[in-house]
Design a protein around this ligand. Structure first.
Ligand SMILES: Nc1ncnc2c1ncn2[C@@H]1O[C@H](COP(=O)(O)OP(=O)(O)O)[C@@H](O)[C@H]1O
Ligand SMILES: [Mg+2]
Length: 155
């Protein structure tokens, strides 16, 4: 039998993208990266303007070196031992690029990480927000010692 690794990985990627039905699920996934990185504080911010919705998730965790940061956006890259799939960032990237937007990653070792996802919110492929409130509550309840901050700004 031919090697099925590539088609099965593609299937997994497509399936997980399909399952990420709304932004709240992406937020949960990206905030979990922050928590895994040892952050004490995670800021989740939505900035809305006429055409654009910007999602910022910023943490004060262990950060990434340059090499890790470069790889972090490619599918199936993970430094986690008890890993999921290494698809958290790539799926968010796909979700915003599907609307014509893009994703920026800033990170400094020992300082923290900032993920900025830009969505064109009126694009047909824009996902719904989902239940962000429930996401925040479940994140904060699961991690009472981490300060989860949420902010909304209209520009
Ligand atoms: N906030 C963060 N702080 C430090 N490293 C991160 C952060 N987010 C992502 N990374 C790095 O990028 C990798 C890929 O992240 P992701 O695509 O979400 O996959 P996974 O979480 O399954 O490993 C992580 O394994 C980690 O090395
Ligand atoms: Mg992840």
């Amino acid at each position: 039998m031919r090697n099925l690794k590539k088609p099965l990985k593609e299937l997994m990627e497509g399936w997980l993208l399909f399952k990420m039905k709304d932004l709240s699920l992406h937020i949960l996934d990206i905030a979990e990266n922050s928590i895994k990185s040892g952050a004490k504080k995670v800021l989740i911010k939505l900035i809305e303007s006429k055409d654009i919705l910007t999602l910022v998730i910023e943490d004060d965790g262990k950060g990434m070196d340059e090499e890790t940061m470069k790889k972090a956006l490619s599918p199936f890259f993970s430094t986690k031992k008890t890993s999921k799939y290494g698809l958290g960032l790539p799926l968010l990237k796909q979700a915003c690029e599907a609307t014509g937007g893009n994703l920026h990653l800033e990170s400094e070792l020992g300082k923290g990480t900032k993920v900025t996802a830009i969505f064109y919110k009126n694009h047909i492929d824009m996902k719904p927000l989902g239940d962000i409130s429930a996401t925040l509550i479940s994140l904060q309840s699961a991690q009472p010692d981490i300060e989860i901050e949420f902010d909304y700004e209209e520009k």
